[in-house]
Write a protein that binds this ligand. Sequence first.
Ligand SMILES: Cc1cc2nc3c(=O)[nH]c(=O)nc-3n(C[C@H](O)[C@H](O)[C@H](O)COP(=O)(O)OP(=O)(O)OC[C@H]3O[C@@H](n4cnc5c(N)ncnc54)[C@H](O)[C@@H]3O)c2cc1C
Length: 486
Amino acid sequence: MIINSNKSQILDFLVDAANVKGDCDAVYFPKTAQEISEILIEANKKKTKVTIAGNGTGLTGGRVPQSGIVISMAKFNDFEIDESRKIAKVEAGVLLSEIKSKVEEKNLFYPPDPTENNCFLGGTIATNASGAKSFKYGPTRNFINSIEIVLPNGEIHKISRGEIFAVDGMLKIGDFQIKLPKIQMPKVKHAAGFYIKKDMDLIDLFIGSEGTLGIITEAEIRLIEKPENYFSAVLFFDDEVKSLEFVAEVREKSIRNRNFDDEINALAIEYFDFFALQFLKIEFPKIKNHHKAAVWVEQEINSANEEILTEKWLEIIEHFEADIENSWIATDAKTRREFQDFRHAVSWKISEYITRKNFRKVGTDTAVPNDKFVEFYNYSRSLVESQNIHFVAYGHFGNSHLHLNMLPENEVEFTKSKEIYKQICQKAVDFGGTISAEHGVGKLKREYFELMFSDEEIREMAKIKKLLDKNLILNFGNIFSERFFN
Ligand SMILES: Cc1cc2nc3c(=O)[nH]c(=O)nc-3n(C[C@H](O)[C@H](O)[C@H](O)COP(=O)(O)OP(=O)(O)OC[C@H]3O[C@@H](n4cnc5c(N)ncnc54)[C@H](O)[C@@H]3O)c2cc1C
């Protein structure tokens, strides 16, 4: 096994896409679950902290070590597709971009799409990643049939969906009896803390646990048939209110029409505010100055419903007065890919901006119930505007999920931005929403996680961590502040 302790060669493992920075003694590159097990057994003996590294696209500092060693999943590259059963067995270090292209060659499709495809499958399972398409398909969890996981004590387990469920508030894995906390999860897209539900499936405890409960080495993923074609359009609006009304109408129609093939039934509703458009103008000069907002919508179509659906989309687009003449409607796969690049560019440029300014990302990942969304959005924006901080707002508005990214120019603005961020998180919680809909808590959002759940509830979750990881070696510092283990 390769072990690299040359600091100048492991710098990439000491940072993530949120520009959180850390330190470690060495990076290990195992190739098998057995090798990981041996590393963990040794680490327990020496009480060495172990941090798991996917491909570093995370946005919460989750993979950034504070000390000890890092286990890179980069050598877990095996990949097998079973076309007839529409599944694939994929090791944790396979890139999402590779999964997508390989399954599409077989006319199959893997829906989870966290905008950034340069991540490893294991990272997406550990964070239960979502993205644009989760409006229709839900998060990564919905496509994971089974996982192989190495527990912090070195035990290797295969967990298949549908095999082990909680009974009387207890879950069992190996000799461990896990007591589930009595927690009410918000009824919105949510990725903060452990997934806890009465009668839950064991696999769901590990999906989204941000590497705090074990190391995922492999998964069986569920595939669906590749859609024949898409209606895909980036629509520009001169009136922001109309753009938000359009979002609300498409959202409502889509939820109502989930089972109908010839009705408006979007798979994604993505939003860009005026400042996001200005931020993207250099790379996308076709954006006009009078455009106050844009909405990217997509729906699967086929030769039978293409005509009727295009008609229905054009009708609703006209009704809400989008600038049709200057909007972009994809007629081929290449143009549709350009829309994906357009969406990716906004998140990517923010990561690039904060790295250049040497700040940590101050971008919300909040979701609220649909009926509270416009009020929440207006509240969040006016709060930032009142403090004269530059920002861009965009997000997965189908899921009432807002990424409002503040762009501080200096330390004073950075401090102010963090205060505003906390107020926005508090508002989301007050509205029955979440402080993190998809990125997770990691090390960056622990303070906000504590706005969502009481100390007692968090302590109950932390007990699960302590039960499985008695020496607190694995991904320590993620999700829980140290005080919850005292
Ligand atoms: C431009 C941009 C846009 C993004 N947009 C979205 C979006 O729309 N939706 C979304 O959900 N995310 C988004 N992300 C976040 C990111 O892509 C996801 O969080 C991704 O799933 C992380 O995968 P990774 O391999 O890079 O993991 P890393 O960043 O390396 O790690 C993430 C976390 O997972 C843990 N981990 C990694 N591998 C394993 C494993 N095998 N077993 C156990 N724990 C593990 C790490 O320790 C860490 O806590 C975006 C990121 C960028 C840079």
